[in-house]
Design a protein around this ligand. Structure first.
Ligand SMILES: Cc1ncc(COP(=O)(O)O)c(C=O)c1O
Length: 386
């Protein structure tokens, strides 16, 4: 309830759906955390946002410092970048649009199709922006929960779509799925594409899986594939992602895209990353190798059940201790991992794969914390037995 008259006046003017909207909780910025924990930024082991621990290609820094036209507005047509991406994903430039992170393309795709009241199928647990943006667009979200092993309930989706005859406009699938890293199998995607709706396949982590369905955009009128430079190319802070669209959708999307949302620095950095792709893919391979090592090590810890992942993170279920508490204790030691207070994953931690040193620090700290209750229990038993 508003407590002051000006608050009441504001609420009477504000869109009611926004007033009721739950705030999005992003991660805490590094500099703020450093201040809060009293630990220097460079000593914080940041494994909470699926960032690339190796950062951008060194030539990206050089290209950014060489660039002389920061005072000129960016090319709204993203001409050079769209030409360069053709050879990377094998999709003609007419069918690719860049955005301010793939987040912008999630938002624009929804704005293109959703009228207030339209339905969107979401497959939780998954990336939070799909339901967030759908609500912002006035859409209504139908959740078809993933199974225990995070596989997609295809029959459940088909049932939900037929029950709401004609009202479901979009389906969002994330593959590899954030937070668990599972991939959607080919036959399931093919089946879902037969539904009379727009399928948005978010492949933010495709490079770590070695599997992409982006070429399917050429054969399916209703498939949008979203990709990003945030993960494999280490450009999360510069905000650049893209979508591959069927021609009909691309033409419509250009109409609603803000012309200057992709800044020049992001365009320069992405172009240079495509030139440096060999080096960046070598970093991806290092992360994949570390992912497998981290998975094996986590499996050995008592009461920890990691899920196999095709991305740059691993979801672990903690069977004997409180996951939120462990995340908090890790943070006190300067090690950040992600805990979600959400159905199905409340007892889990999502750990981004870091450098070997970062992963070792995480494993050591986790091992210490997990042993503590056992040691305490063991000591208590010993003193009882005396
Ligand atoms: C599944 C998924 N899609 C999209 C994004 C956002 O990507 P971008 O940085 O390109 O906006 C993320 C970021 O974590 C993600 O996990």
């Amino acid at each position: 309830m508003p407590t002051r008259p000006d608050e009441a006046a504001l609420l009477s003017l504000l869109r009611a759906d926004i007033a009721e909207l739950e705030e999005y909780t992003p991660i805490v910025p590094l500099e703020i955390l450093s201040r809060r924990l009293g630990i220097p930024q460079e000593q914080i082991v940041k494994l909470d946002a699926n960032e690339n621990p190796y950062g951008p290609a060194p030539t990206v820094y050089e290209a950014l410092s060489r660039y002389r036209y920061y005072h000129i507005y960016p090319d709204p047509d993203q001409t050079l970048l769209r030409e360069a991406i053709e050879s990377y994903i094998g999709i003609p430039k007419e069918q690719v649009i860049f955005g301010n992170g793939s987040d912008e393309l999630i938002d624009l795709s929804m704005r293109l199709f959703l009228m207030p009241g339209d339905l969107v199928v979401n497959l939780p647990p998954t990336f939070g922006m799909y339901s967030y943006n759908a609500t912002l667009c006035g859409g209504r979200v139908i959740s078809v929960r993933r199974r225990e092993d995070f596989s997609v309930d295809v029959e459940g989706i088909e049932r939900a779509v037929s029950q709401h005859d004609g009202a479901v406009k979009m389906l969002f699938i994330n593959s590899p799925n954030n937070p668990d890293g599972s991939l959607i199998p080919e036959d399931e995607l093919r089946r879902l594409l037969r539904l009379p709706l727009i399928v948005v396949l978010d492949e933010a982590y495709a490079e770590f899986s070695g599997r992409s369905y982006v070429s399917w955009v050429l054969e399916h009128w209703n498939l949008i594939v979203l990709r990003t430079f945030s993960k494999w190319a280490g450009l999360g802070g510069l905000r650049i992602g893209y979508g591959a669209f069927p021609s009909g959708i691309a033409r419509q999307l250009w109409k609603i895209k803000p012309p200057y949302s992709v800044n020049v620095a992001a365009q320069v950095a992405a172009l240079e990353s495509l030139r440096a792709r060999e080096l960046l893919m070598a970093n991806v391979q290092r992360i994949v190798a570390e992912r497998e090592r981290l998975y094996a090590e986590l499996s050995r810890l008592p009461g920890v059940k990691p899920y196999p992942s095709a991305a740059n993170f691993i979801l672990c279920r903690l069977l004997r201790v409180d996951a939120a508490d462990i995340a908090g204790q890790l943070a006190q030691r300067g090690i950040l991992v992600r805990h979600y207070d959400k159905e199905g994953i409340r007892d889990c931690l999502r750990i981004t794969v870091g450098t070997p040193d970062q992963n070792n620090a995480l494993l050591q700290a986790l091992c210490d914390l997990l042993m503590q209750p056992e040691q305490a229990a063991g000591q208590a038993k010993e003193s009882r037995d005396k």
